[in-house]
Design a protein around this ligand. Structure first.
Ligand code: ZN
Length: 509
């Protein structure tokens, strides 16, 4: 009887879209080797160049984390299954870990001890007659009642982001009667947000997300204090912002912010209600409680930039953040009230297509750089650098065109096409994106298929790589260079720039 390896969504392009692959072998290492023999494209995602299994790839054997064992040598029995769980993108004085020992912050593994503030009943804020009416469905539950509702009113949650996850989370927290809700965002509402970000409506397009969120939340529940921060969360402001709240709700969509949120939660001792989403799959957990694991226990290192697509590149089912964001809000409420069994040490994975939840056990890593016994992360760092994201090159750009030698502008491309230049526009997006808009005459080879299909490309013509905004096509260009193509340019700004400058008749997405 063979073994099965479950393939997560972001890696399925490399297994011919298969969700699971049957493999054979006697150890975990054998099974992974057999997997990459069958699907060669997976190799660079799972293994580093030195042949070591990449750090951000976690392997579970029958839902048990085997990271702390010699994972590749772990023997397997017939019928055992492996799950690969990669990280998904969709994140002064007293800044050291000592801050975590303060009695008024942090929490323990047991629900009842998780209470973020040991209020006595006398200290809790009173409820007005209006509030009592509003919260009556809570008040008649024996597990909730007046005291728990007053505890909720005394509580505060900081939502990082007012987007897909932040929308349902903030709305339910406000409706439930949380006392104070902070929102950190600096974006403006775009039409493409409305498919899932329910805090914002069509009339809000172009408005700041903070303003839009605040008016929606105030309308939902005027008893809630909504504090908005029109800023990018960064290493300079995170600790000060976090200190002022009981729970941090991570609704970010990129790795630098995710690691920043995690580290700032560990340093300030604030529980992190974590969620992340990608296409049809979501993840949730509660990190950085006292005694519980943090995000870095699970993923000490971020994936190299570009290896894991973001939601903006990969897409997300509109209802998915609804599920995951509400799970985050539920956990935040449980932590504030100290009730139930929060997702501490448990990693929840949700598959919307199968409508199935799986739960993986998560252990605190004693060697964790952030929350381990000898932490090396004692202050916030440069997270863009940590995640390998290069700052924009500061080179002097030629006037007007602003391109480097490997780039071409939409206007220049149009001019050369009209002049009849022998060039080939290579679109590296997915077929469903190509259906929405395209440059007439372009060839389509999705980025993921390029390594096995590049031989279809002509060697005697200049190739212009192109995608949505220019990032994937830049990677395509770099790949083509490694396999011997030299006459290459990347379309700066992608199809969106082309539509803006050359062909406004086509729809944008
Ligand atoms: Zn940790």
């Amino acid at each position: 009887m063979a073994n099965t390896i479950h393939i997560p969504t972001p890696l399925r392009p490399f297994t011919d879209k298969k969700e699971s692959v049957e493999v054979n072998g006697a150890t975990v290492g054998d099974l992974l080797k057999d997997l990459t023999t069958r699907h060669d494209g997976l190799r660079k995602h799972l293994y580093a160049e030195d042949g070591r299994l990449r750090n951000f790839v976690n392997v579970y054997l029958n839902d048990e984390d085997i990271r702390y064992l010699q994972k590749e040598q772990t023997p397997v029995k017939p019928g055992d299954s492996l799950s690969i769980v990669p990280s998904v993108a969709g994140g002064a004085p007293g800044t050291t870990t000592d801050a975590r020992t303060k009695a008024d912050v942090g929490a323990d593994l047991v629900g009842a001890d998780l209470k973020v503030r040991p209020y006595t009943t006398d200290e809790l804020p009173e409820l007005s007659p209006d509030e009592i009416k509003r919260y009556s469905r809570h008040l008649i539950m024996p597990e909730m009642g007046m005291d728990k509702q007053r505890q909720l009113k005394a509580g505060s949650v900081l939502c990082i982001g007012a987007g897909g996850l932040g929308s349902p989370a903030a709305m339910y927290l406000a409706a439930a009667g949380i006392g104070r809700l902070g929102i950190v965002d600096f974006d403006v509402v775009d039409f493409s947000n409305l498919q899932r970000q329910l805090l914002h409506g069509t009339s809000d397009v172009g408005r700041s997300k903070n303003e839009s969120a605040k008016s929606r939340l105030n309308d939902l529940n005027p008893h809630v204090q909504v504090d908005t921060y029109e800023t990018l969360l960064n290493s300079q402001n995170a600790l000060d912002l976090f200190r002022d709240y009981d729970v941090i709700l991570d609704g970010t969509d990129n790795f630098p912010t995710r690691y920043l949120v995690n580290d700032a939660c560990v340093l300030t001792g604030k529980p992190n209600a974590y969620g992340s989403i990608f296409r049809f799959e979501g993840q949730a957990s509660v990190f950085a409680t006292k005694g519980g694991p943090c995000y870095r226990c699970l993923y000490p290192e971020p994936p190299p930039p570009g290896l894991v697509p973001s939601c903006a590149e990969g897409g997300v089912l509109g209802v998915l953040p609804g599920i995951i964001g509400v799970i985050q809000a539920t956990e935040a409420i449980k932590v504030i009230l100290g009730i139930g069994e929060p997702l501490v040490g448990r990693f929840l994975i949700y598959d919307a297509l199968k409508m199935r939840f799986r739960e993986l056990k998560l252990r605190k890593d004693p060697d964790c750089p952030a929350c381990g016994t000898h932490p090396t992360v004692t202050k916030l760092i440069d997270y863009e650098q940590f995640c390998g994201i290069q700052p924009e090159p500061q080179t002097v750009q030629p006037k007007g065109g602003a391109v480097n030698e490997w780039e071409i502008t939409s206007v220049e491309l149009k001019r050369r096409m009209d002049a009849g230049d022998r060039l080939l526009v290579l679109d590296v997006r997915e077929p469903n994106e190509y259906q929405i808009n395209r440059i007439a005459g372009s060839a389509l080879i999705p980025l993921g298929e390029l390594p096995r299909r590049y031989q279809e490309l002509p060697k005697d013509r200049e190739i212009i790589t192109q995608c949505k905004v220019g990032a994937r096509s830049q990677r395509a260009l770099e790949f083509l260079r490694t396999v011997g193509f030299t006459d290459l340019k990347n379309l700066k700004g992608g199809i969106l720039d082309w539509i803006d400058k050359v062909d406004p008749s086509q729809p944008k997405y």
